[in-house]
Design a protein around this ligand. Structure first.
Ligand code: KIV
Ligand code: NA
Length: 261
């Protein structure tokens, strides 16, 4: 493995920014590994971007394992982090341990990511880390709580909410997480959390002052139907793919493909 979880704190100290991309199958894993991503995240965003669900909530652990196995086969040199799906870790500590264990033992991931930083989640993180399972935390807009939030809206706008998210971030670090995703929170709050913590923060929609950044690769490639305003597309592969497929259909109908001989 080219990267291990201990390197990230050092990279933060050295000011080396951490680049994280998601993958969902063998092909996308090959692409992001070849691109040099520091971490390959099998995000539960795959529920929306590749399985067509409206939120991440319906995704099962079995589905996550299926995709993690494919990613593992395509990114053998990378540090692979698998998201734990909604209600595969919130129910009890033994449930969290069993789910995270399957992500490593069956999925081939080297770490898991889970959402939340309240006291019970900090206990879960601590237990997983003690069992030898590296954990990436995730606070701010945690999409598995979309129904609680009443939509995918920015978190941490009021001083009280900002303070709660800061305290959650501290709890996640103290529980032993090796890094922390900050999603869709004000830039100033993300900067404060990044200064306070020793572990690196990985931002998405959280401004420029995080220790690293993550984007959903389907958005980066321009494959998604919809993407959040804070995402950036570096290509427009959907349009190119439709155009290529259209040309094939046209050439078949025009009897131009295959060339007769
Ligand atoms: O599921 C996902 O892709 C994520 C990242 C956006 C952090 O959790
Ligand atoms: Na996720």
């Amino acid at each position: 493995m080219a990267v291990n979880v201990h390197q990230f704190v050092r990279w933060k100290q050295e000011g080396r920014a951490i680049a994280v991309l998601t993958a969902w199958d063998y092909t996308s894993a090959r692409i992001v590994e070849q691109a040099g991503a520091d971490i390959v995240l099998v995000g539960d965003s795959l529920a929306m971007t590749v399985l067509g669900y409206e939120t991440t909530l319906p995704l099962t652990l079995e589905e996550m394992l299926h995709h993690t196995k494919a990613v593992q086969r395509g990114a053998k040199q990378s540090l692979i982090v698998a998201d734990l799906p909604f209600l595969s870790y919130q129910v009890s500590l033994p449930q969290a341990m069993a789910s995270a264990g399957r992500a490593l033992k069956e999925g081939g991931a080297q770490a898991v990511k889970l959402e939340g930083g309240h006291a019970a989640m900090a206990q879960t993180i601590q237990a997983l880390v003690q069992a030898g399972i590296p954990v990436m935390g995730h606070v701010g807009l945690t999409p598995q709580s979309v129904n609680q939030f009443g939509g995918f809206r920015q978190q941490g706008k009021s001083p009280a909410e900002a303070e709660r998210i800061l305290q959650e971030a501290i709890a996640v670090e103290q529980a032993g997480a090796f890094s922390l995703v900050l999603e869709h929170i004000p830039s100033a709050l993300a900067a404060k959390i990044s200064q306070t913590l020793t572990i690196p923060t990985i931002g998405i929609g959280a401004g420029a002052h995080c220790d690293g950044q993550v984007l959903v690769t389907a958005d980066v490639l321009g494959l998604s139907d919809w993407q959040p305003p804070f995402a950036k597309s570096y290509a427009n592969l959907r349009q190119q793919a439709v155009s290529a497929a259209q040309q094939f259909c046209q050439e078949v109908r025009d009897r131009q493909f295959p060339v007769s001989g």
